[in-house]
Design a protein around this ligand. Structure first.
Ligand code: MSP
Length: 671
């Protein structure tokens, strides 16, 4: 039986510069999706590439004193190298200057002409070159005295996408009858409510279409760096129309002999794109396809923007993050994990080095890497190499962990199939915590000699959990998870490990042959990197450790003891219950909220907390929380904070106030 197919695309990237974190993000999402579908046994095709025509490229090349093609050729290897560094396994890298694409794009326009959807007229209006977008048409002559003052052209509208200035163009142009598709598009959105993921984004698209569509200018006479318009080479095809067609020319459209290829892959199952280019993909692209009698993509996956300190990355702000530098400092898989775990796909996300380091240290090195290391080291210490399931041996903890495993696979698959990578990973980490608890609970280092059967059971549970974790995490961290599997005696092969039925992962009947491998996630590397990166990003992070000092336990019990604190340490912290009576934002700070807290017999205190991102002040009023009351008062934003409120981060990185039940009065000390 033929395998199910899965065709995923990324936007094609402008090649006026090297790839940045945003281009990496779009491509990484597509790679994770491609791998997740391969894991489900599907036949996958993953297309990415570069958008190489248009005025923007021509101008950049001219500025660099190069011919456009030479200019582009100098950047394309940077994209290919970056994708290779990040283990992005595309099936085809399409360049819009490739002949098959040029022919395919021309074929699409010819079909539209033949079907009567193209006519010639004059376009007068405002154009944004950075976005290659027609912003607004002008009905009067833009060179007339009303539109100009002497030689100075009146200020046009700024571009709705990037906010930059636009300029007037006035030229003969071919138009696509987009207006004829208003009703068809609206009916399509209504009949296909899942077309745009996340669904929340559908509204902005439907409102745009409902407001009435104008015909679209699809050729330029003044842009010579483009694909010649069929039947009229004085014109070039508008770069967006040509670029969008890459999704079909990349799988054989317009190429004689490639009909089967096209039939096999098109329509795409998922097209990944950023929110800034939604209109092109959700309005123009479907209309062009409808006009050409081609099926529409099944899903558009629209992601938010990665910002730095809540601002758009830009050279002028000096906050552009270079993905190559990041990879050098933190490695491929940790950054893949960070981007998919930290940035919620349906929102804009803030990039921070402190978060990168925190995720590596806490999630990867401590929770996952240490678990594997401890288990393998302990087994080795007690001479166990082959871990075999123990017939008839049940311990409550094993049963619970196995039950958790069933829940995990269902929830994880649900989130992945909904493209909610951050939720999928949060769910998986809950299971990693459960595995850690199940492992430590019986103190296996104590029972290794006295109860070898129980010892073997604990090892077997842990190996099975780690096996599942590695398979499920493979789409996110392929290389590291293949290493993890080697430590369990398994060489990962897609044909063998792709699952027909995901529940099979929960059948805990395997035998593992353990092998020591180098530490999976190096905190030491992290500590070395911290110095350099902190320097340029001035952000917090863990203290560097000394060269040669191992961060991983040599001996189970000793390490835990190193981390203990005594009851005296605990008693030093005075924790009291209290109710937030008033709350307001602190002027001049985008982080701080100022609260008046009623601490019962201890009176009222002013306490500041950096949680403005997560709460509106009014939401906090009336909440009962926990406060550290003997923290030395600190000045923040010119105000004194007389304590500290306990908060915890949720899976989206929002701070949540730790709340206390009503039963206990305000001002009661926790013991
Ligand atoms: N060439 C067009 C796409 C044509 S597709 C037929 C283009 N190129 S781009 O290089 O400017 O952007 C490509 C992708 O990168 C878009 O999905 C865009 O949203 C994404 N990103 C660019 N900067 C970004 C961030 N800061 N954050 C997340 N992604 C953003 O548009």
């Amino acid at each position: 039986m033929a395998k199910n197919k899965f065709y995923v695309t990324t936007p094609i990237y402008y090649v006026t510069a090297k790839p940045h974190l945003g281009s990496l993000y779009s491509t990484l999402l597509a790679d994770a999706l491609a791998r997740w579908n391969k894991l489900q046994g599907k036949d996958v095709f993953f297309l990415t590439g570069t958008d190489e025509h248009g005025q923007k490229i021509a101008q950049a090349a001219e500025k660099a004193g190069k011919l456009p093609k030479d200019f582009i050729d100098s950047f394309v290897p940077d994209f290919k190298n970056a994708w290779q560094l990040y283990d992005i396994k595309y099936d085809k890298f399409m360049r819009t200057t490739d002949q098959y694409h040029i022919k395919g794009a021309q074929h699409l326009v010819t079909v539209l002409i033949d079907k009567g959807y193209i006519y010639k007229s004059v376009y007068k209006g405002w154009y944004c070159t950075p976005c290659e977008t027609f912003v607004a048409e002008i009905t009067e002559d833009p060179t007339s005295p009303e539109a100009t003052k002497g030689t100075e052209v009146v200020q046009g509208p700024s571009c709705p996408t990037c906010g930059r200035d636009t300029h007037i163009i006035s030229e003969e142009s071919y138009f696509f009858k987009l207006s004829a598709f208003t009703d068809k598009l609206l009916a399509f959105y209504q009949n296909n409510p899942d077309f745009i993921a996340p669904k929340e984004r559908t509204h902005e698209v439907t409102s745009f279409v409902e407001s009435g569509l104008k015909d679209l200018s699809i050729s330029r006479t003044t842009v010579r760096w483009g694909v010649p318009f069929p039947q009229d080479p004085l014109h070039t095809i508008y770069v967006w129309v040509e670029a969008l067609s890459n999704y079909i020319t990349g799988v054989g459209y317009g190429q004689p002999g490639c009909e089967n290829e096209l039939r096999k892959w098109w329509p795409a199952d998922v097209q990944v794109l950023g929110k800034d280019i939604i209109r092109f993909h959700a309005v123009y692209w479907p209309a062009l396809l409808m006009a050409a009698d081609l099926p529409l993509p099944k899903r558009l996956l629209v992601h938010g923007w990665i910002k730095v300190d809540k601002q758009k990355m830009s050279k002028s702000l000096g906050n552009v993050i270079d993905p190559i530098e990041l990879q050098k400092k933190y490695g491929t898989d940790p950054i893949r994990y960070y981007l998919l775990r930290q940035i919620p796909i349906n929102q804009d996300g803030d990039f921070s080095i402190a978060d990168v380091e925190n995720r590596i240290e806490s999630d990867l090195a401590n929770d996952l890497g240490n678990l594997l290391n401890r288990m393998v080291a302990l087994a080795e210490k007690h001479g166990v190499m082959h871990v075999v399931p123990q017939e008839g041996m049940t311990r409550v903890s094993s049963l619970c962990l196995n039950a958790d495993a069933f829940v995990l696979v269902e929830e994880f698959a649900g989130h992945m199939n909904n493209y909610m990578f951050h939720h999928a990973l949060a769910t998986l980490w809950k299971f990693i915590h459960a595995t850690n608890t199940s492992f430590h609970e019986v103190e296996p280092w104590k029972i290794a000699k006295t109860d070898p059967q129980m010892f073997m059971t604990v090892l077997s549970d842990t190996c099975h959990s780690l096996y599942m974790i590695a398979i499920l995490l493979w789409p996110v961290m392929p290389h590291k998870m293949e290493e993890l599997l080697i430590s369990l005696g398994i060489r990962f092969k897609l044909e063998e490990h792709a699952f027909k039925n995901i529940d099979d992962l929960c059948k805990w009947n395997k035998t593992f042959t353990l092998k020591k491998i180098p530490t999976l996630f190096e905190k030491q590397a992290l500590a070395k990197a911290t110095g350099e990166v902190r320097h340029s990003f001035s952000d917090g992070g863990p203290e560097p450790i000394e060269e040669g000092q191992s961060m991983l336990p040599q001996e189970e019990v000793k390490v835990s003891q190193d981390n203990y604190i005594t009851i005296d340490d605990v008693m030093k912290v005075e924790l009291h219950t209290g109710t937030i009576e008033a709350c307001e934002a602190v002027e001049g700070s985008d982080k701080l909220l100022k609260m008046t807290v009623d601490l019962g017999s201890m009176g009222k205190r002013t306490i500041l907390a950096g949680i403005r991102k997560s709460y509106e002040p009014a939401e906090l009023i009336g909440k009962r929380g926990l406060f550290i009351t003997n923290l030395k008062p600190r000045k923040m934003a010119g105000m004194e904070s007389q304590g500290m409120m306990l908060v915890a981060e949720d899976e989206n990185g929002n701070s949540r106030v730790v709340q206390f039940p009503e039963l206990v009065k305000n001002g009661v000390r926790l013991k």
